[in-house]
Write a protein that binds this ligand. Structure first.
Ligand SMILES: [Zn+2]
Ligand SMILES: [Zn+2]
Length: 262
């Protein structure tokens, strides 16, 4: 296990060392970020805001798993300190076929068809993006649902690590058309905004960013200036890794099995 963790750390470290020049004239946006608690992330919504600003992001969508309050908390804090735009969002999270609901104010129920989920997002004036649509999720995507999407993710950390995922997500996007999105799907490991979307919007308001996404004026790119994670992000990542190690090694269970054998 320790060698697997070391390999992951080396890969992420190599990726984060790549120089990324600034893309002029576009907003740098990470449309898929998770916060503590309840979404498998160690950074609180306010820490996400500070780290997003540090990573040169103009906007960030904090998307709770089946809830929106983390995004709304981050938005409140960011307005307080004059930070980046925080788009209140949800990752609608059935077992497969996840959907990023951007710019919503009411939780969307995950336990329904992809079409019904998207209709609910659109009724709220939001934007629907298919999250990491790899082949194993395609059974959730009949043509009628695909046609309702505003875009889909084509770049994510998994597309660096898995050639099949990269190909499948590109193939899916050819069915969808619309905005091509790059997101970090931030869960503490790897920097926020590692993969991001360059958006040509008239200003940095949520309304203008969503309007640009609907019009397809968005694509993955190297806009903004990503940096190494800040101290808070590093400390949280170490804590998360330690937690992961403890869960995987489960020393209590091993002791239990030794006792039970004896
Ligand atoms: Zn997901
Ligand atoms: Zn996610």
């Amino acid at each position: 296990m320790k060698w697997a963790l070391l390999a992951v750390a080396l890969i992420l470290g190599t990726i984060t060392d790549l120089p990324l020049p600034k893309h002029s004239g576009a907003l740098a946006v990470d449309f898929h970020v998770h916060a503590f608690p309840l979404s498998w992330s160690a950074l609180a919504p306010w820490d996400i805001v500070l780290e997003a600003r540090r990573q040169g992001l103009d906007a960030v969508a904090i998307a709770g798993h089946n809830h929106i309050w983390a995004g709304q908390t981050g938005r409140w804090f960011s307005r307080l300190i004059g930070g980046p735009t925080v788009i209140s969002s949800e990752e609608v999270h059935p077992p497969r076929g996840h959907i990023i609901a951007l710019g919503i104010e009411r939780t969307v129920d995950w336990d329904q068809s992809s079409e019904a989920i998207i209709d609910d997002i659109h009724r709220q004036g939001g934007v629907a993006i298919a999250a990491h649509p790899v082949k194993s999720s395609w059974y959730r995507w009949p043509e009628a649902a695909v046609r309702k999407l505003d875009g889909s993710e084509v770049e994510q950390p998994i597309t660096f690590l898995q050639a099949d995922a990269a190909r499948e997500m590109r193939e899916f996007h050819e069915r969808v058309g619309g905005a091509a999105i790059g997101s970090s799907d931030y869960h503490t490991l790897g920097p926020l905004g590692l993969t991001r979307t360059c958006v040509l919007a008239r200003d940095n308001s949520t309304a203008a960013i969503l309007e640009a996404v609907r019009a397809g004026r968005a694509e993955p790119g190297k806009c903004g200036v990503p940096k190494r994670p800040g101290l808070a992000a590093k400390c949280s990542a170490v804590a998360a890794l330690l937690g992961l190690v403890l869960i995987v090694l489960r020393p209590g269970s091993r002791r239990y099995s030794r006792h039970s054998r004896s």
